[in-house]
Write a protein that binds this ligand. Structure first.
Ligand code: FEO
Length: 402
């Protein structure tokens, strides 16, 4: 039984979902699975846009056969050569051996690094602005290097104004029948996963995302079809473009505080709870408090991209920084997080290293301002340090005004 969706005349979604998968890229938890999107245009010529992960090959090939309805495949466009999308190129070619594979020079370089099939006779290399006509539909190619890999390109269908955007505008989470973002309660159910996807997967490449947004700004875009998650159209186009603009410029979506702490015996946690309670009593709402040893860092990173303020609190460990905290802050640096207000709490019993290391790591990031007079507690928070904690609370509170 095929599982295709003809969402415009002769344009089909032929992708699928994987709800069994535990982790994306073997790193990121997927409590709601993930969708691998692929699209097929059935015009005078037929064109398939990207393939899918090997986990759903059988269903995918059945979908393509249904949408082609006995016809041959003329073009396979490879917007992205990461295996969650390119794993079925060889399989598609075995079934449709006359198909032309469209990609750029790097696409074919990467194909030959991953796979053994000789596709030189099928390859058709394109450059920025090149077009192919399928009949009523014309596809134009724009290079989008490092959104998420260097070979990435996007494909613009000119007659309907559809952008096939590779990973950009994608999300974690399987699609549950409804293909369009405006058909689901996006804000409450999917937005957090779209943010976690963007910030952890593409977050480092904000400048490249900005370059792509600028390049596309002159196009009439009526629909965005990403390789993951829902299709964007109507009012939801502005919604996601605004989010991408903020995320890629590292501008917080809202004022608020994320507190990420490490704690071996509960003493650093106790200091963090005291801080959060004092902030709450001053009227600060909607705080997020995370134990870095418990919560997967992708969730913490996502919220740090969302909010304006972050507090890191950690004990010293092996004369250095407790390593889940060390790993979190270093990953944030790799993702180029910037423009946040940061407050720091260290803890140690006999030798202080955590606060010093956190200070150095944060100072190494762009436009991250340390506020509130960093606190270095000894083993546990004692009454005589309350004034320092109050000063930090005041500084955080002040920074959240205006
Ligand atoms: Fe969905 Fe960069 O692969």
């Amino acid at each position: 039984m095929n599982n295709t969706y003809e969402f415009l005349p002769n344009i089909y979604w032929v992708g699928g979902n994987d709800r069994r998968i535990e982790r994306f890229e073997n790193i990121f938890p997927l409590p709601n699975g993930v969708a691998y999107n692929s699209f097929l245009i059935n015009d005078q010529k037929t064109a398939l846009l990207d393939t899918v992960d090997s986990a759903i090959t059988a269903e995918y090939l059945e979908n393509i056969a249904y949408a082609l309805n006995g016809r041959q495949l003329d073009y396979l466009i490879i917007n992205h050569m990461e295996p969650d999308h390119c794993a079925n190129i060889e399989e598609v070619l075995r079934r449709y051996p006359s198909a032309k594979i469209i990609g750029n020079a790097k696409t074919f370089q990467f194909f030959n690094q991953y796979y053994r099939m000789d596709i030189s006779k099928n390859s058709m290399e394109v450059k920025e602005g090149d077009e192919i006509s399928l009949g009523e539909h014309t596809l134009r190619f724009y290079m989008a290097p490092m959104v998420h890999w260097p070979e990435v390109m996007v494909t613009y269908e000119t007659s309907q104004g559809i952008l096939f955007s590779a990973d950009a505008f994608g999300s974690f989470g399987a699609i549950s029948g409804n293909l369009f973002a405006d058909e689901v309660d996006y804000d409450s159910y999917f937005l957090d996963e779209a943010r976690r996807y963007y910030t952890n997967i593409v977050g480092r490449y904000g400048n490249q995302v900005q370059a792509l947004l600028k390049k596309l700004s002159g196009l009439q875009i009526n629909m965005i079809c990403s390789l993951h998650g829902h299709i964007w159209r109507g009012d939801m186009l502005d919604f996601i473009l605004d989010k991408y603009d903020k995320w890629s410029r590292y501008i917080p979506e809202k004022k608020g505080v994320v507190i990420a702490y490490a704690s071996m015996y509960g003493n650093t946690e106790n200091a963090v709870n005291a801080l959060a309670t004092k902030l709450a009593k001053k009227g600060i709402k909607d705080m997020r408090v995370y134990d870095v040893s418990k919560t997967h860092p992708s969730y913490i990173i996502s919220d740090i991209f969302k909010y304006s303020n972050v507090v890191f609190a950690s004990p010293t460990y092996n004369m250095s920084l407790y390593f889940p905290m060390d790993s979190l802050i270093r990953e944030l640096a790799i993702l180029n997080i910037s423009n946040r207000k940061v407050s720091l709490i260290g803890n140690h019993t006999w030798a202080s290293a955590a606060l010093k290391t956190m200070t150095e790591l944060v100072n190494g990031m762009k436009n991250m301002e340390i506020i509130g007079g960093s606190i270095d507690i000894k083993s546990s928070l004692q009454k005589d340090r309350e004034e320092e904690l109050d000063d930090m609370v005041d500084a955080i509170y002040e920074s959240l005004q205006d």
